[in-house]
Write a protein of this length. Sequence first.
Length: 315
Amino acid sequence: MSLSLNPRAAGLLLGAAADAVFADPARCHPVAGFGRFAGWLERRWYADSRAAGVCHTAVCVGAAAGTGAVLARLTQRSPAAQTVAVAVTTWAVLGGTSLAREGDALAGALEAGQLPAARARIRHLCSRDPEALDTAGMARAGCESVAENTSDAVVGPLLWGAVAGLPGLLGYRAVNTLDAMVGYRSPRYRRFGWAAARTDDLVNLLPARLTALITLAAAPLLGGSPAAAARAWRRDAGGHPSPNAGPVEASAAGALGIQLGGLTQYPHGVELRPVLGDGPPPTPADLRRMVRLCRLLGVAATALAALACEWYWSL
């Protein structure tokens, strides 16, 4: 590998560094703008059918990926412009630093016994009913959310950015955002959100398993065992209703020596999730360890994405 990085690799590294330093853009966040656009379209053509949801998903994701393709075309003659475009886009779509800060803030509120503050904080991490959660429930919800969102907001964007550049970064983030907006199994979205949820499952098949593999490697840095992480992944992941959250959450539970899963209450209803891992239920201290895992996964995924770009450019 030469000392001079190709524009995509350099942009991914710079964008990840920007996320580490600045977290999410405080104002005019592109992902929030996309969410407003998707919500505007939904209000105008929502119908309780899969066909309407397929059209909604295709238009929204196509618009995002198409924007990336146009930007890539406009910058293709200038390596410096390509690098800047990839860096800014990577910064905009990554959410690892904000996720880690939210996890730490929730752990701090739980450790201080400030349950009202913790219930307000947990809304930033997941969609569960905070009034139904005690300290143990919020610690578990925080661990599961940080684990799953590390794949969605860190590993996934970096992997797709390495594979498909600007269209991959923006298209992946659009799919992930749509799933968060309409992918729930609520009465309103059971049919309309089907396409968004299935597309999210598809694009996350590889990122989720890469996240689980890196988790196995990182387990000793957190006082855990790669063998325990692999055992939990192999034994427990298949019972999870999500084909991608299962490997991520099960391997994290095994790596940290905790138990995730169980009764889970959402605004749209109650789900009995499978038990993941063999240890005790997580505590606020375990939530802090999960945040450390999130940060380690971000560093490893950034390095792997840059190396993959360099390898591809060298062919």
